[in-house]
Design a protein around this ligand. Structure first.
Ligand code: PLP
Length: 381
């Protein structure tokens, strides 16, 4: 199968050269908007492209307010703070995720709790969260506490792995029962939908990333989205040094951040987002081709789950076992077709080794089997 896969990938991307996992494409107004931006002299932390970007993100995510920030990690960090996370609080998240999810919790001096994922979505399992809270949760007054540690469980942050939405209805139900605010790490899922609604706006607050490897890029960038206007305004305030508006006075009433997205980056992102639907369509077409190919070759290709629409940001296969996975990784990378295993579980990293975890059964299963395959936009359509 390895040889067939390498040939298939070479056919799809129409090249005999190295095939990366995911590269950005610039097909539209990118150069034009960047030139406009330079000509305007507004290349830095304010400008019309920043405003435009925020409007467009709010429209795409169907949320009431979007704030442009410097990257997705910063977006998550501030989103958690706005959800009410404070020093020594705990935040429930998934065992299997990109490290930025956990880092954003740690930057708030809070402590992650890593729970299992679902096999189908590869994202935070509502059952795992429910089981954990039945065992360790205790609602006192308005808040939920961890009986084992005595700490407040201040937020629950699922991540939509590779753009496949988690079981949101079930997760929202568990979070409501236990009075825990939901924060969505939608860094990978711009354009993905759950029951017809875009991801990002389901929780109290959510975050997107526009890093170079994501489905649409700002070069580097992020966005905080929410349906709570007051919270949204607070996001803008905190990420722009918490400066009180005044014609000339500098007054900062609390500790803010300089997390502003430069107008140059927003210009690039605005052009990218004009083509988001084209990217989504092109990648869905590739997913269909992969699906047919892998079916013929007896390998599980991951497709979107019931009630959801995936953006197919990074596509992946599930190999039989670790040995098969390693063979697949070796042969494809040897042949210049880039493939990469899913992340290692968070509690294996030195800075998170003492965090509370559950059995991680599904996460361990997926950790040994899931491999990302080249998923870029295809030019030869
Ligand atoms: C990319 C990513 C981030 C961070 O985004 P940056 O813009 O790179 O800081 C956060 N969480 C997840 C799951 C990601 O994939």
């Amino acid at each position: 199968m390895q040889k067939e896969f390498i040939n298939f990938a070479r056919e799809q991307f129409n090249t005999q050269e190295f095939i990366p996992l995911h590269v950005p494409v610039f097909l539209g107004n990118e150069k034009k908007y960047l030139e406009n931006c330079i000509e305007s002299t507004y290349v830095s932390s304010v400008g019309e492209y920043v405003d435009k970007f925020e409007e467009v993100i709010s429209a795409i995510s169907q949320t009431k307010k979007a704030t442009a920030v410097v990257n997705g990690t910063a977006a998550l960090q501030v989103a958690l703070r706005l959800a009410g996370v404070q020093k020594k609080d705990e935040v429930i998240t998934q065992a299997l995720t990109f490290v930025a999810t956990a880092n954003a919790i740690a930057y708030n001096n809070a402590i992650p709790v890593f729970l299992d994922v679902d096999i189908d979505t590869m994202g935070l399992s509502p059952n795992a969260v429910s089981n954990f809270l039945e065992e360790f949760g205790e609602v006192r007054g308005e808040d939920c506490y961890n009986k084992k540690t005595g700490r407040k469980i201040a937020a629950c942050m699922p991540m939509h792995t590779f753009g496949f939405p988690v079981h949101l209805d079930e997760l929202i139900k568990v979070c409501e029962k236990w009075n825990i605010p939901l924060v969505e790490d939608a860094a990978e899922s711009l354009g993905s939908e759950y029951k017809g609604t875009p991801t990002g706006g389901f929780g109290k607050i959510g975050a997107f990333s526009f890093n170079g490897n994501k489905i649409a890029t700002a070069g580097g960038g992020g966005a905080i989205v929410t349906n709570d206007i007051e919270l949204g305004n607070k996001a803008k305030f905190l990420t722009t040094t918490a400066k009180n508006p005044h014609r000339y006075e500098y007054y900062h009433g609390e500790l803010g951040y300089n997390f502003r997205m430069p107008n140059l980056n927003a210009a690039l992102a605005c052009a990218q987002l004009e083509n988001l639907n084209l990217f989504l369509k092109n990648k869905r077409e590739l997913a269909h081709r992969y699906e047919a190919f892998f079916k013929e070759n007896g390998v599980k290709f991951r497709t979107e789950t019931k009630d959801t629409k995936a953006n197919y940001w990074l596509m992946c296969v599930e190999l039989e076992n670790k040995k098969e996975r390693d063979l697949f990784l070796e042969s494809s990378n040897d042949a210049g077709v880039m493939t990469r295993p899913i992340w290692q579980l968070m509690h294996r990293l030195p800075m998170y080794k003492n965090c509370q975890i559950d059995n991680q059964e599904n996460a361990k299963y997926l950790e040994e089997r899931i491999v990302n395959i080249p998923s870029s936009y295809r030019h030869n359509d």
